[in-house]
Design a protein around this ligand. Structure first.
Ligand code: PRP
Length: 179
């Protein structure tokens, strides 16, 4: 796998430090709210696992897998739920945890769905943010790193389902995806 990486963007240590920083921010806002941490599969699984272990206050964890129909500029009512969560979000403070905010289409469709189900509040915590790619405005409450428009993999992020298990974030060599 290492041969496919052009360069390392964030090391294990840099990631761990950032996760602690985000957890502290979340703690000051949610420490007494018993929030529902909503991990959006699959990419977010590793970030979520690390983040929740830094949250030293009561919370619950659940999972959804979603994608969006249509083009990157269409937003309304295009959410496809591949796997739904078990939790009832009615009256809950929900924190959506995502590995990457790219065009914004997925999250702009997910937000209204969580609100429609009666969540008291919905916040967004993203590990990586690619502002250059945005086609729909999405407000992230907690952001790990802003990054350039590069093909990043590792720490949950994949190319064709591979590389999710890398413990760092790397930039994929062009030769891998232009084969
Ligand atoms: C990624 C990511 C977000 C979405 C962001 O998921 O986890 O859910 O894309 O893209 P957007 O801002 O352009 O909507 P992906 O569909 O790659 O699934 P995965 O997490 O299972 O890899």
């Amino acid at each position: 796998m290492k041969n496919d990486i052009a360069r390392i963007l964030f090391t294990r240590e840099e990631i761990a430090e950032k996760v602690k920083y985000l957890a502290n921010q979340i703690k000051s806002a949610y420490g007494d709210k018993n929030p529902l941490i909503l991990c959006i599969l699959k990419g977010s699984l590793i970030f979520t696992a690390d983040l929740v272990r830094e949250l030293d206050f009561p919370c619950t964890i659940d999972f959804m897998q979603v994608s969006s129909y249509g083009s990157s500029s269409e937003t309304t009512g295009k959410l496809k739920i591949k796997k739904d969560m078990d939790s009832d979000v009615n009256g809950r403070d929900v924190i959506i945890v995502e590995d990457i905010l790219d065009t914004g289409v997925t999250l702009s469709n997910l937000f209204p769905e969580i609100k429609r189900r009666g969540a008291k509040s919905v916040a967004l915590c993203v590990f990586l943010n690619k502002p250059e790619r945005r086609t729909v405005e999405v407000k992230a409450d907690y952001i790990g790193f802003d990054i350039e428009n590069e093909f990043v993999i590792g720490y949950g992020l994949d190319y064709d389902e591979r590389y999710r298990n890398l413990p760092y974030v790397g930039v994929l060599k062009r030769s891998v995806y232009e084969k």
